[in-house]
Ligand binder design. Structure first.
Ligand code: ZN
Length: 361
């Protein structure tokens, strides 16, 4: 639902941001500045990050038509104004805004699946309401959704929690493995790199990181990977099984396509878990030999971040106290000011770009 616009003596207050004009085309423009509803907050954006999903939305319209709204779903900012029922946050608080903002008063939230509150995925930014590539955002159910950023955590670190860390680590929070288990991580983009940092901290033994991006390889090794595997050197499953002396205990899917899922089934031991934190847009075929014709339990789960203050403040707490993981190192491209927003989006098309951020303060 839309927030009502702010009205001053001279009429509707406007805010600027990057509008989706038509498929493949964005431009800076104005939209009404929202007035927060009772449980909402108006947040001044201080840093906004671009995601592959933004590119998919702009270029391939993977979501319902969203022309005319600001794009973007990842940001951090400062609370400007709170609704009448907001009690935890106050103006001036630095907050990490989740990519998904569930309705915590929904039946799905009571069932434990807040991500799908009110019958659909709680991915509202840029669709149901204006997105985060803007001067301001209006966050719903703010007390339940946003995380307060500790003083010790920078905006550039915290903006990586908005979707990348929260998606990777929520998947891992729901993946069972024991100290010393061997893990394969498919993909060394931002989510894959955050997953590597996560499995290292959860106590994995050997960590195979699959990918070829040079900067990604450098960071994968820094964040805890023990082996880099390249698909350019042949079948990655055969390579890992040979090095590992057999299947791995856990596979994390943080990239690839439908065939990557069957690779993960082939690579993971019976009773092992496959943790998907990736968006797939094509069919998945699992061959009989990959799972003993369906008679071998290999559990696959699919997660992204669910939003939620508990989750976000836990992950921000990790960044506050574990200084050995600095997620801002994943940011390869930085622009400044509203004029930098469009470049921040298109930077995601560059092969050497891992994460692209605009600073707006
Ligand atoms: Zn994202």
């Amino acid at each position: 639902s839309d927030c009502a616009p702010q009205i001053s003596g001279e009429g509707e207050l406007q805010m600027r941001g990057l509008i989706l004009i038509e498929q493949g085309k964005v431009a800076l423009g104005e939209r009404p500045t929202p007035r927060p509803g009772p449980y909402e907050a108006l947040i001044r954006v201080t840093a906004a990050a671009a995601c592959n999903t933004d590119l998919e939305i702009v270029e391939h319209f993977i979501m319902p038509p969203v022309q005319g709204r600001f794009i973007g779903h990842e940001c951090v900012g400062v609370i400007e104004e709170v609704g009448s029922e907001v009690s935890y946050f106050k103006p001036g608080d630095r907050v990490c805004v989740p990519a998904l903002t569930p309705e915590w008063r929904s039946i799905e939230a009571q069932q434990g699946w807040a991500t799908f509150s009110n019958g659909g995925m709680s991915f509202d930014w840029g669709l149901m309401r204006d997105g985060t590539f803007a001067e301001y955002v209006c966050c719903r159910d703010v007390d339940m959704n946003c995380g307060k950023i500790p003083d010790e955590v920078t905006d550039l670190q915290a903006v990586m929690v908005s979707d990348m860390i929260s998606t990777a680590w929520n998947g891992l929070d729901n993946t069972h493995f024991r100290l010393g288990d061997n893990v394969a991580v498919f993909g060394i983009g931002p989510v894959g790199l955050c997953a590597i940092a996560g499995v290292r901290r959860k106590g994995a033994g050997r960590i195979f990181a699959i990918g070829t991006n040079p900067k990604g390889i450098e960071l994968a090794l820094e964040f805890g990977a023990t082996d880099i595997i390249s698909y350019k050197e042949g079948d990655v499953v055969a390579q890992i099984r040979k090095k590992n002396g057999g299947p791995v205990d856990v596979s994390v899917l943080a990239g690839g396509n439908g065939s990557t899922v069957s690779q993960a089934y082939r690579l993971t031991r019976p009773g092992g878990q496959i943790c998907s934190v990736n968006a797939f847009y094509d069919d998945v075929v699992i061959s009989p030999g990959d799972w003993n014709s369906g008679m071998e339990t290999k559990q696959m789960t699919g997660y992204q971040n669910t939003g939620g203050r508990w989750m976000f403040e836990r992950y921000l707490n990790m960044l506050k106290y574990d200084k050995t993981f600095d997620p801002s190192k994943i940011i390869t491209h930085i622009n400044h000011g509203l004029e930098g927003l469009e470049e921040t989006l298109w930077n995601k098309k560059k092969r050497e770009c891992l994460k692209s951020v605009t600073i707006l303060d």
